[in-house]
Design a protein around this ligand. Structure first.
Ligand code: DAH
Length: 349
């Protein structure tokens, strides 16, 4: 019997050695150690042995079994490592292949205009400031000389969130915040661009649009005058839109400035001759402006006897339309990449 066992052992070890893959290895396992396997049969035949021989043979069989099992395991591990190696070799990435191109978006024309305006005014010594889009009635209206019930509030149909809070209808709201922050003492030169909201929606108005606001305050003896306002706006418009465009000041009314003006720019499409865009007038209204009202100064901590200045505000979409010759404002909102791509600049990549 011992002889039989050692024969099985030798034969098995050789088969393990020769096994070419894990399937053949498993066959060997079943053939020897399985329920009907050769070594299992030997164990079964042990009943015929004498009581002295039984433990000896039992031990021998167990040792052989252990040895076979560990060899099989060893071989299995070898196969696994080989498989992994083959997989790694097969799956290597070919870095010489061209990659799939990522489509980059482009800067929105309105954002381009904001950046350009900010750069221009920073070069003239202005600070760039910002304010909240969810604003209080106090800062959006009251501190700008528009008390509750003031008829001029009708010009700005608003989205109220509560009685006190609304989506700001104008960036002018930032004027009061800036004046208060300066404590009524320091001179101010600021520019503020951002989103504004009004409850209106038709072909030429949107419920959300952009504005940019400018405010200059200084001591009375510095004499910040209407001539300065005019000069500043001329530099602004000519630099942004084109050196040939003309400006026209018309008297108007805003509660936060006195005197107040509406500023028109000669039509970019017809050059002032008259066309459908400018409604045959040759002019398009772009800005509101004026000399800061003494009440506004007073309410926000500045003494109107000592300080004075000017303010202006304008719509960003209009400026973008002028600058790029866009004839329909809705293109700016539909986010059609074919439209937006036209404003890409290679020098910014
Ligand atoms: N906020 C005004 C509007 O939305 C525009 C404006 C007019 C702003 C005169 C000003 C200003 O700062 O002085 O219609």
């Amino acid at each position: 019997m011992q002889e039989q066992i050692s024969k099985i052992k030798e034969m098995t070890l050789q088969k393990i050695q020769e096994a070419k893959d894990s399937k053949l290895l498993n066959d060997v396992k079943v053939q020897i150690l399985g329920k009907k396997g050769e070594l299992t049969q030997v164990l079964r035949g042990m009943g015929a042995l004498s009581p002295e021989e039984r433990p000896k043979i039992g031990e021998l069989v167990n040792n052989v079994r252990n040895e076979i099992e560990s060899k099989i395991k060893e071989k299995e591990e070898e196969f696994k490592a080989k498989e992994l190696q083959q997989k790694l070799e097969k799956e290597t990435i070919d870095i010489t292949l061209p990659s799939t191109k990522i489509k980059r978006g482009s800067k929105h024309p309105v954002n381009r205009v904001i950046e350009e305006i900010e750069d221009l005014f920073v070069s003239m010594g202005y600070d760039v400031v910002s304010g909240p889009e969810l604003e209080t009635d106090e800062f959006c209206f009251e501190r700008l000389n528009l008390p509750k019930g003031h008829p001029a509030r009708d010009m700005q149909d608003s989205f109220y969130i509560t009685e006190e809070y609304l989506l700001r209808t104008q960036t002018s709201a930032v004027q009061a915040r800036t004046m208060l922050a300066k404590g009524g003492k320091e001179p101010i030169r600021m520019i503020c661009a951002g989103k504004t909201y009004r409850r209106e929606d038709d072909a030429t108005h949107s419920h959300q649009f952009g504005q940019v606001e400018g405010l200059v305050i200084d001591k009375k003896d510095k004499n910040v005058s209407l001539a300065d306002l005019k000069g500043t706006l001329e530099v602004f418009v000519k630099k942004l839109i084109g050196k040939n465009c003309e400006l026209r000041f018309r008297p108007s009314y805003f509660p936060f400035t006195e005197p107040s003006y509406e500023v028109d720019v000669s039509c970019f499409k017809c050059g002032g001759k008259g066309c459908n865009l400018c409604k045959q007038t040759g002019w398009i209204e772009v800005l509101g402006a004026g000399i800061v009202h003494p009440n506004v100064l007073k309410m926000n901590g500045y003494n109107p006897e000592e300080y004075g200045g000017f303010a202006f505000g304008t719509g960003l979409e209009r400026l973008a339309m002028f600058k790029y010759g866009i004839t329909d404002m809705r293109y700016l909102y539909t986010n059609d990449v074919r439209f937006l791509r036209q404003f890409d600049r290679k020098d910014e990549e």
